[in-house]
Design a protein around this ligand. Structure first.
Ligand SMILES: Cc1ncc(COP(=O)(O)O)c(C=O)c1O
Length: 454
């Protein structure tokens, strides 16, 4: 076995290509490129093996909140390391898990008092689906087994999460493995299709939800939704008021609302949680990614008393929630999460966001004037810039051209890391980004669009 510290760059590259299967990656294409090897992070920057610095424009897959190598989070993790790295929540408890559960339930929208931990956004969603299903089984309404979800929705890659996903490219191939779900159209695309301005689209889109619930509510356990903006579907924002209407219809038809805030939670839309923007209280809330400031894998599924109470009983009733992972509520990850929540207060993170959101808006307005930029979409500090071969007709570039991918490779020459979803270039920086860094992101993207699309 080779000592990792002795490997040089070329050996790392060779071993990467020989052994490492990368996620969401066509490995044939990967084999032909020279990947960046990131060895360090500092603030909003990633540093590669040659010492080059790159602004982390996608917050290390939408996870990082306060920047890399924040001493408070690092110290919290190393402090916990001196005590214990892992102990279980099955049959035991530990202080970090307890205090974090209390703190999260205090800041969560509404009265989501109960916190169930796991390790990823996908597992937080699996737990939410099983919880919602069993809630109705335990409550005697055993026919309520179905789920409603949105076209272009994304909730993770495990089988349950894929069953309520709506991105054909990622999800279709697995259809024989999935449970059936009811789909309503992505509100952004539905407005676009019918030429309804987004600002006036809430009623129009929510009507589809109403019709479906009216017809099938006796068979429906829950509606799962990414509040305010669909992320992986292409940064597709909702008409204002849509989320609130969905909440109203779910209540009217006795269907649980699961808010998947794995991507939007922890400030990305401008408020701590996206549901707050429309005064929505979900029955179940999924959190992940930014929960630990993006430092360690930890997620949480929060539930109201109403949900929790349906699982309460004597053991021999067998109505417990029979679910739990080995690393559920890992103490190191909980320590990181506690430190990250502290920083929100200390840095006044949310208070500083409006100026940054505005700087991003101004930059996007400028980008929207470029040839090839056919649509720009923003919700808080999350944005998508959609590239078309023919902007006026919104004709996409051929798939084979890999335009979005090439743009994201090119911005690296300007010291920026971005990722694309097809030909949508995504901005989702850490909340600690500065207005100057936002300007740098916009200017770099502009240069790369001009170069790659011409
Ligand atoms: C809304 C949403 N839910 C769930 C997930 C899955 O999270 P993870 O990749 O941590 O499993 C994601 C990931 O991007 C997401 O955007």
């Amino acid at each position: 076995m080779k000592d990792i510290n002795l490997l040089n760059k070329s050996e790392l590259l060779e071993n990467d290509k020989n052994h490492l299967w990368h996620p969401f990656t066509q490995m044939k294409e990967w084999a032909q490129t020279e990947p960046l090897i990131i060895v360090e992070g500092e603030g909003n920057y990633l540093i590669d093996i040659d010492g080059n610095r790159y602004l982390d424009g996608v917050s290390s897959l939408w996870a990082n909140i306060h920047g890399h190598k924040r001493k408070e989070i690092n110290q919290a993790i190393s402090g916990q390391l001196q005590k214990i790295s892992h102990t279980t929540l099955l049959g035991l408890t530990h202080p970090n898990a307890v205090i974090l559960a209390q703190n999260i339930s205090q800041i969560a929208p509404g009265n989501l008092k109960w916190v169930f931990y796991s390790e990823s956004g996908s597992t937080a969603v699996e737990i939410a689906l099983k919880m919602a299903f069993q809630y109705w089984q335990n409550s005697g309404k055993v026919k309520k087994t179905g789920f409603v979800c949105l076209g272009e929705g994304y909730h993770g890659d495990t089988i349950g999460a894929v069953s309520v996903g709506g991105i054909d490219l990622f999800h279709n191939i697995y259809s024989p493995l999935l449970f059936k779900s009811y789909k309503v159209p992505s509100p952004y695309l539905y407005c676009k299709k019918h030429n309804i301005p987004l600002d006036n689209g809430a009623e129009f889109c929510a009507d589809e939800v109403k019709k479906l619930l009216e017809k099938h509510h006796e068979k429906i356990a829950a509606f799962i939704i990414e509040p305010l903006i669909q992320g992986a579907g292409g940064m597709l924002p909702f008409p204002p008021g849509y989320l609130n209407k969905v909440r109203q219809y779910c209540s009217q038809y006795d269907v649980l609302l699961i808010a998947d805030e794995v991507a939007v939670g922890f400030g990305h839309t401008g408020t701590m949680f996206a549901c707050e923007k429309e005064n929505v209280e979900p029955d179940i809330l999924c959190l992940g990614k930014g929960l630990t400031g993006g430092y360690l894998p930890l997620s949480a599924t929060l539930a109201s008393d109403k949900i929790f109470d349906a699982f309460w009983g004597d053991y021999d009733q067998l109505n417990s929630f029979f679910h739990g992972h080995t690393f559920t509520g890992n103490p190191l990850a909980c320590a990181a999460a506690l430190a990250s929540l502290d920083i929100f207060g200390k840095d006044q993170t949310l208070k500083n966001l409006p100026a940054k959101i505005n700087a991003l808006k101004e930059g996007l307005d400028a980008l929207s004037k470029l040839d090839f930029v056919g649509d720009v979409r923003q919700c808080g500090l999350m944005a998508g810039v959609e590239i078309f071969e023919d902007k006026s007709r919104q004709t996409p570039f051929p798939l084979k051209r890999r335009t979005g991918h090439k743009i994201c490779l090119d911005v690296r020459n300007h010291g920026l890391i971005l990722r694309n979803l097809g030909d949508v270039i995504v901005f989702m920086p850490p909340l600690s980004i500065t207005c100057d860094e936002i300007t740098h992101m916009i200017e770099s993207l502009e240069k790369s669009i001009r170069k790659i699309c011409k």
